[in-house]
Design a protein. Structure first.
Ligand SMILES: [Zn+2]
Lengths: 98, 512
């Protein structure tokens, strides 16, 4: 039995703009549960004497050369957008100031 | 003083600057964003070309699509370190990127990758010069940090009446700009500038722009948005604790930096003198009115929930790398200005007018070609600048080269051209009539040095004005100018005026 409920998954799905079928809600509830349990285990061992880390592998300076490489086409970019207009992504009215 | 709306701290009428600055000391802070001129974006290989069709320079990384991974552009890091070195900063030995979380559709990821408490460069300064009634004064502006981040997409608000965000029905987003390397340069609070605060702010942004351009890391065009400035400002009674600060955005020219500081000092002093209080807010500057209007209130501190960016590893520039970059540093603009003033024997004002004319490099190249400094300056800022202004082109797009000037100057030195004829040579060069020699030949430009021809012209002029001839003979030598002028006219300027004068006086038997 998952500790994450179906309504919680449905809520997350809505926030993430994911259209999930009812049977998928159960599926993802189980998966999210595993993730939460893993994180909980980390919380158990985390102590003041263990410094926080931002990356699992201690490496630095991973760079790319300043070279232009092909991206994707405009049609591909806009294909998944809920709305588009005039070659741009159309987004709902924004109430907050710029 | 007229009415005031106490709820938003606005006043209808501002104190004038002298009144405002008389009662308060300002503290300013400047945040400048510079778009780097790299070929590709900060985290992906998309092009950074300006003006491309909407959403044609995008990929899964800069669109924030699931599963895409950013990789840091080495050139962007190098440019940032070079900016840091130019601003006398310490370069971090180890620093990370951070996610700045916010929900606004200009960033498709819903966060901007930036740097938070670990900037790549920190603790620097930039010395700037401002003019005061007592002469030039150097002010040291301390730099808090220089950090790396990414630019956002471009929003266009559609519907509604004004095209502004209020009243817009929806917005359209172009992500071509999203992910272009952006550098933020933040000053420490600048205090003690008193009434010079507006000039200091402008001088700082001007000099910062000079440095950026000298480093060739960005074109730093404020009108096009590749360099943008936010002005933080507070005022307080002398000796009192600092006041609440406002942040003015949308300051899009060097002149506006100065105006924005001045106007904000006037506004805050007016509010305080009316018993109001300054609220912490973002304000928007308007070029047309020179005033700002209130934007978003920041009384509730924004929580961007910064955390280290897990998709990127730290940047740890070795000291060897930093020294390699230091070796690529050009002469800094202030040093160069001092050197040119000394070498060319001109003052700061004269150098500034050369800079304004876009003539410094041209004059340098002309001197390097072997022309005397004064002559090089004379041609570029005189005749050539006049033609450039008349035809509405930049000085460096005229078809006159430093070598052309060298040839013309050689012809003047040998006596075969004078300044007036030289101007005709330049006219021919600009009209595409060929090389200096070709223009001289085609237009038949040469100083008439044949004494016989000159004497004939002098006799003709004297015959035409016997009264003038009598005046000169009677000792009124200043009257000679009229005859010399007439001779120059008949020879179409192709005579040496001094020589004509000498011949004329000899002819009349008059000595000076
Ligand atoms: Zn991209």
């Amino acid at each position: 039995m998952s500790s994450i409920t179906r309504p919680e998954v449905a809520h997350l799905a809505r926030l993430a703009r994911l259209d999930l079928a009812p049977e998928e809600l159960d599926h993802y509830a189980e998966q999210l549960d595993v993730i939460l349990q893993s994180v909980a285990r980390i919380s158990e061992v985390a102590a003041d004497d263990i410094p926080p880390m931002s990356h699992p592998i201690p490496m630095v300076n991973v760079f790319r050369d300043d070279v232009v490489t092909p991206g994707i086409t405009r049609d591909e970019a806009l294909a998944a957008a809920p709305a588009q207009e005039d070659d741009r992504f159309r987004v709902p009215r924004i109430l907050d100031e710029e | 003083m007229s009415t005031q709306n106490m709820t938003n701290g606005e006043v209808d009428v501002y104190l004038d600057y002298d009144e405002a600055i008389g009662g308060y000391d300002p503290v300013i802070g400047l945040e400048t964003h510079v778009e780097l001129g790299t070929n590709s974006k900060m985290w992906c290989g998309c092009s950074t070309n300006f003006g491309a069709d909407s959403n044609t320079q995008v990929c899964p990384v800069c669109l924030g699509l699931p599963g895409s991974m950013p990789v840091v552009n080495r050139a962007a890091v190098e440019s940032t370190i070079r900016i840091g070195l130019a601003l006398n900063c310490t370069i971090a030995e180890w620093c990370r990127f951070a996610r700045k979380n916010y929900f606004y559709p200009d960033m498709p990821k819903d966060y901007q990758i930036s740097q938070y408490d670990e900037p790549l460069c920190f603790d620097g300064y930039l010395d700037v010069t401002v003019e005061t009634p007592d002469g030039p004064q150097v002010v040291r502006v301390e730099i808090e940090r220089v950090h790396m981040e990414e630019d956002t997409g471009k929003l266009t608000h559609a519907g509604g009446a004004t095209g502004r965000i209020h009243g817009a029905d929806y917005s359209l987003v172009d992500y071509n700009r999203a992910g272009i390397p952006l550098i933020e340069i933040v000053t420490k609070p600048v205090t003690g500038t008193g009434r010079l605060a507006p000039e200091v702010a402008r001088a700082y942004v001007t000099e910062l722009r000079n440095v950026i351009i000298a480093l060739v890391v960005s074109d730093a065009r404020m009108e096009e948005g590749s360099m943008r400035c936010d002005v933080n400002l507070s005022i307080a009674k002398p000796g009192a604790e600092w006041g609440t600060r406002s942040e003015t955005k949308n300051v899009n020219s060097l002149r506006s930096v100065e105006r924005a500081v001045r106007s904000e000092i006037e506004r805050q002093a007016s509010v305080l003198n009316n018993g109001g209080r300054i609220i912490q807010e973002t304000r928007h500057f308007h070029e047309d009115t020179g005033r700002s209007t209130s934007g978003r209130s920041k009384e509730q501190a924004e929580d961007y929930r910064y955390f280290p960016e897990p998709d990127l590893v730290p940047v740890a520039p070795s000291r060897e790398w930093v020294e390699e970059l230091r070796a690529t540093m050009p002469e800094m603009p202030a040093v160069k200005r001092a050197r040119l003033q000394a070498e060319w024997n001109i003052n700061e004002f004269e150098l500034q007018s050369l800079a304004n004319a876009g003539a410094i490099e041209l004059v340098e190249a002309t001197i390097a070609a072997g022309v005397d400094a004064a002559a090089a300056r004379k041609w570029w800022t005189g005749e050539l600048l006049r033609v450039a202004n008349e035809t509405g082109v930049e000085l460096d797009s005229l078809t006159v080269t430093p070598d052309d000037i060298k040839q013309v100057e050689a012809l003047i030195a040998s006596g075969s051209l004078n300044d007036k004829l030289a101007r005709q040579v330049f006219d021919g060069l600009i009209n595409g009539e060929g090389t200096v020699d070709e223009v001289v030949a085609k237009r038949g430009l040469a100083v008439v040095s044949d004494d016989g021809a000159l004497l004939a012209a002098i006799d003709e002029a004297l015959a035409a004005s016997p009264d003038v001839a009598e005046k000169i003979k009677s000792g009124k030598i200043q009257a000679a100018g009229a005859i010399v002028g007439a001779v120059m006219k008949t020879t179409k300027g192709q005579a040496d005026a001094a020589k004509v004068r000498t011949l004329l006086l000899e002819r009349l038997g008059v000595t000076e």
